[in-house]
Design a protein around this ligand. Structure first.
Ligand SMILES: [Zn+2]
Ligand SMILES: [Zn+2]
Length: 306
């Protein structure tokens, strides 16, 4: 199953150095999920040629403007494009009122149904369950109510037995069927390839934890995301600003690395960079002191969820 994240915005607070505010698009199977929606998100969605019309779920972590000021513009565009299918927004209580007020004063009646689900800033909750994946929200410690989100695949695909594939030329269609744990039949309905002959036990389940804005929290946060294989964690500041990070309920790069180390994740993405940093390489090096497999989140780049 496809499982990847494309970075749309990576800066904190204001757009700077060609970087935009937080937004990420996760493709999981045939679904696209939008995580946060900073100003300019719809421009980025187009620039990177994403399939943004298939987004049916938008997740907003908190109501600081750098995480949701792009939402009204995106909703307006869906309306102008004559969207008709349901769109669900998950976010802090009050976001529904903000959206309603905007449309009230522009005298807009949306073409499509919009559903709002308030997130719980105090407890981890399952907020969406689809055929192939689940989404949880979980509390983050920030200056205002804030949640992160975990996207978790439900069933890992089986691995193929490479030796058998070398010895038998079988179609891509057959491989996909077998990887999903089903025997492959020919056009007459007779068994052609058996799952037990061609596959090996599955890879561990993959999940992506999105930790948008948070103070360094090696206790509760680690407990909430402990099963996550790939983590995005904010790294607003370099290590020299540790005090400032604490005062503003943000994290430093090496603290982000520490969280990934404690979780025993496979991969870490950092982002939400302070405008004071033009060169991000020092942040990457600092995060790597605690967790080697760290990547800078860069706009327009798609990262596999391991
Ligand atoms: Zn922020
Ligand atoms: Zn914030």
């Amino acid at each position: 199953m496809e499982f990847e994240v494309t970075i749309l915005g990576s800066n904190s607070a204001i757009p700077a150095h060609g970087r935009n505010q937080t937004a990420q698009l996760v493709n999981v199977g045939s679904s696209s999920l939008l995580l946060d929606c900073g100003e300019g998100t719809q421009i980025q969605l187009r620039k990177f040629k994403t399939k943004y019309s298939r987004v049916d779920h938008i997740f907003i972590s908190h109501l600081h403007g750098d995480h949701y000021y792009g939402l009204m513009g995106l909703l307006s565009t869906y309306h102008l494009h004559k969207r008709v299918k349901l769109l669900t927004i998950y976010g802090p209580a009050g976001l529904d009122e903000i959206i309603t007020t905007n449309f009230k004063y522009s005298n807009t009646r949306l073409n499509f149904p919009l559903r709002f689900i308030a997130t719980n800033p105090n407890e981890k909750e399952l907020i969406l369950e689809e055929k192939n994946y689940k989404v949880f929200s979980f509390p983050l410690k920030h200056r205002i109510p804030c949640t992160g989100f975990i996207i978790q695949e439900k069933q890992a695909m089986l691995r193929m037995n490479k030796q058998m594939l070398l010895e038998n030329k079988i179609s891509i269609e057959a491989i996909n069927t077998l990887r999903n744990g089903k025997d492959f039949l020919d056009e007459n309905g007779d068994l052609l390839y058996l799952v037990k002959d061609y596959t090996l036990p599955p890879e561990p389940l993959r999940s992506y934890a999105f930790c948008s804005d948070t103070i360094f929290d090696p206790v509760d946060l680690v407990e909430y995301i402990k099963d996550s294989s790939t983590i995005y964690h904010e790294a607003t500041f370099g290590d020299e600003e540790e005090v400032r990070a604490m005062e503003t309920f943000h994290s430093t790069a090496s603290q982000a690395g520490k969280i990934a180390e404690l979780v025993q994740a496979k991969k870490l993405l950092i982002g939400h960079y302070s405008t004071r940093y033009l060169d991000l390489e020092p942040l990457l090096l600092q995060a790597k002191t605690n967790f080697q497999n760290t990547f800078l989140s860069e706009e327009g780049i798609t990262y596999q969820i391991d």
